[in-house]
Design a protein around this ligand. Structure first.
Ligand code: KG4
Ligand code: ZN
Length: 359
């Protein structure tokens, strides 16, 4: 008998005990169910891209309201899709931060209320810890110590992962994130939002050697990144084109620009792998969906004998399966959040032996 979607009765003996993950840090409302054995049973994502497209970027106020509208339905779909009932849900994991304040509050409030109603623990998850945990979803044998590159719209961070749940920051972007470089570059080229996938598509018909862009920071041997100089180079290139100085096909421009970002990400990641003497590299986060990055990473990993873990594209961009995976690890170690857990737009990643999750 279901009147409100939260029927807490009903048998659960045949259903695998599970953990529900929730994600609302930016413009994707997502829910996923992971069995307590670590098997992904369902993953549902309601994207708000259409809502924000006409503004050319995410409008925080709108994002919060859309999360509020969709979160219950998305959660019900994830639970139904997993073939489990509410009684099988033994814990709720939710992204606590970083992200947009109002957007996070929707997920955290909903997750806490649901955990309260089900009388199960709630686990707050750091969004980047979620991205890193996505490595294990498609590759349960992903071995540590390893290097993880988290490359998304807000972050370009390189971590040493001594073991699951522990992270040491090796380097990060000093200005824009790689996803931002894709999005801003796409806007300069007149492409629609979200820019990263649009630039990826345009670049597929271009030749990256026609226009050469700088590879900022690469020559310094550092593990940090910088993309603002590259963005400026694109601005000049586009300005010259519109002034008729060089009528270069925009596909070539996109391909050259993308190649510079990819080169910087790949070189720096493999540099970290060599420097720290590890054999595994995981590349996670939205930019990990980029087709050229995936191809170059695979070729390079084959050549150098590095064990590469690249989650499938749907697990690179924001989703709740990754939140469930990170929450599952914390849950099994008893790292549950307290009842007064808040949402933290600037949540820091705990460096070692922790999850940014505890309150
Ligand atoms: O991880 P994500 O979904 O959200 C954040 O945590 O930021 O990453 C979103 C970013 C955006 O900047 C988007 O343009 C970029 O990932 N992205 C891509 C591709 N798909 C998503 N960038 C380049 N090529 C893609 N195919
Ligand atoms: Zn993300």
């Amino acid at each position: 008998m279901r009147s409100n979607g939260y029927d807490l009765r009903g048998p659960s003996a045949l259903e695998p005990p599970s953990l529900l993950g929730l994600e609302t840090s930016c413009d994707e409302t997502a829910a996923a169910v992971l069995s307590l054995e670590g098997r992904l049973l369902s993953s549902v994502v309601a994207s708000q891209h259409d809502v924000h497209a006409r503004f050319g970027g995410v409008v925080p106020e709108l994002a919060s309201r859309k999360h509020l509208e969709h979160i219950a339905g998305v959660t019900e779909d994830a639970v139904a899709g997993a073939g489990v009932g509410w009684r099988a849900v033994r814990a709720v994991a939710v992204t606590r931060g970083p992200g947009l304040a109002g957007a996070l509050v929707v997920g955290v409030s909903f997750g806490k209320a649901l955990a309260y109603a089900l009388d199960v623990p709630c686990v707050g998850v750091h969004h980047l810890e979620g991205h890193i945990a996505s490595a294990w979803l498609d590759d349960p044998d992903f071995a540590t110590p390893a290097v993880a590159l988290v490359v998304s719209g807000g972050h370009t961070h390189l971590y040493l992962v001594p073991q699951r749940g522990e992270y040491a920051l090796l380097g990060k972007t000093l200005d824009d994130a790689a996803g931002e470089a894709f999005d801003k570059g796409a806007r300069m080229l007149g492409l629609s939002y979200p820019g990263g996938p649009a630039l990826d598509r345009l670049a597929q018909s271009g030749d990256p050697s026609v226009v050469r862009f700088p590879r900022p920071y690469l020559h310094r041997g550092a593990l940090d990144f910088s993309f603002s100089g590259l963005k400026t180079a694109l601005l000049y290139c586009v300005r010259d084109r519109t002034r008729g100085a060089a009528a270069v096909d925009p596909a070539h421009v996109a391909a050259g620009y993308q190649e510079a970002i990819v080169d910087v990400l790949v070189e720096t990641s493999f540099r970290a792998v060599r420097r720290y003497g590890v054999s595994g590299l995981a590349v996670v986060g939205g930019v990990g969906a980029n087709s050229r990055l995936r191809a170059v990473l695979r070729a390079r990993a084959d050549r150098e004998g590095v064990r590469l873990t690249l989650p499938r594209v749907e697990l690179c961009t924001d989703n709740a399966a990754m939140v469930a995976a990170a929450g599952w690890w914390a849950y099994r170690r008893g790292r549950w959040s307290s009842r007064d857990m808040d949402a933290r737009p600037d949540l820091a990643m705990v460096a070692a032996a922790g999850s940014g999750a505890g309150t």
